[in-house]
Design a binder for this molecule. Structure first.
Ligand SMILES: Cc1cc2nc3c(=O)[nH]c(=O)nc-3n(C[C@H](O)[C@H](O)[C@H](O)COP(=O)(O)OP(=O)(O)OC[C@H]3O[C@@H](n4cnc5c(N)ncnc54)[C@H](O)[C@@H]3O)c2cc1C
Length: 267
């Protein structure tokens, strides 16, 4: 794609470099930005030159830099992640991605693009991850990724906000997890991505993404009964229709996949 409106490129080296001039746009891996015309964009500011450590173990859990690529994330070993390790590769694979996209697309770019079928949103939401956001005025805030996404392609980020990192808490990384995904075409974009998790204290968390416009996080004190889970999954109010599946289909397959996850986690 020729991005014919863009006439400048800046490699960011420090936080001050992230102040955007009119027409400038933050650049992650560029896999979406370069894939269609960006009318109104005249310059890119590259985040990948900031030198952020891709993965850090913290006291609270695991920090993934926004500039960590999906390939890097999906290759992390269990010794770094913990018991929830399979979910990282599973959610990365939920992204319809060619080899090229897989290797340059960033975790932050995927979350900030905020498509319903964003595999990194599925992962973050499944594991109660939070986003550290740098505002242009120098302030910082933390938001649950589940709250950040407001629709298929929309989020709470203000112009100039930079997603710095995603923090995964230890209690979720230590959980037993299960994952299901369905797409209408074998290599098609995800129609529904469902996850389940049982923490050490016995509490259970199920999530619905890709099938709904916003992520749904369903919490239970323990593994729910089939009827309890079905009721909550069916009740999600924003199953949507597009060429990749109707709302009714998305609701129906979500119920089936959630039950499969429930049975797997209960066994
Ligand atoms: C063939 C193809 C298939 C695709 N399939 C999928 C799919 O299945 N699911 C899906 O979700 N996407 C899909 N995409 C879209 C896109 O490739 C992915 O969402 C990808 O993960 C975006 O990451 P990126 O680093 O390349 O983002 P970029 O293209 O660099 O940026 C995406 C957006 O996020 C902003 N941004 C990037 N990083 C930050 C940050 N740290 N802080 C604030 N804003 C930021 C950019 O300004 C831009 O608006 C597909 C694209 C193509 C071309």
């Amino acid at each position: 794609m020729d991005i014919h409106t863009v006439t400048s490129y800046r490699a960011a080296r420090r936080r001050d470099d992230l102040r955007l001039a009119p027409g400038e746009r933050l650049l992650g891996g560029g896999t979406w930005l370069y894939s269609e015309p960006q009318v109104g964009t005249t310059g890119f500011v590259d985040l990948t030159t900031l030198g952020w450590e891709a993965v850090e173990r913290t006291e609270a859990g695991l920090r993934i830099a926004a500039t960590c690529t999906i390939a890097e994330l999906s290759a992390l070993p269990e010794s770094i992640i913990g018991r929830a390790h399979p979910l990282f590769f599973q959610c990365a694979s939920a992204l319809l991605a060619s080899f090229k996209i897989w290797n340059v697309a960033t975790v932050g770019g995927n979350i900030c693009r905020s498509f319903a079928a964003a595999g990194m949103v599925s992962l973050a939401v499944a594991l109660d991850a939070t986003a550290e956001i740098w505002a242009e005025n120098g302030e910082e805030r933390t938001e649950a990724v589940a709250d950040l996404i407001t629709g298929n392609g929309t989020n709470t980020l203000a112009p100039g906000d930079v997603l710095r990192a995603i923090d995964f808490p230890s209690h979720a990384l230590d959980a037993r997890t299960a994952f299901r995904k369905i797409a209408l075409a074998e290599l098609g974009r995800s129609g529904a991505v469902l996850t389940g998790r049982v923490d050490d204290d016995g509490s259970a968390v199920f999530t619905v993404t890709a099938a709904t416009l916003t992520p749904w996080v369903l919490r239970f004190p323990g593994v729910p009964s089939a009827a309890q889970l079905r009721e909550r999954v069916e009740a999600a109010s924003d199953y949507y229709t597009d060429p990749l599946g109707s709302a009714d289909w998305r609701r129906g397959v979500s119920v089936v996949l959630a039950e499969e996850i429930r049975e797997e986690l209960a066994s």
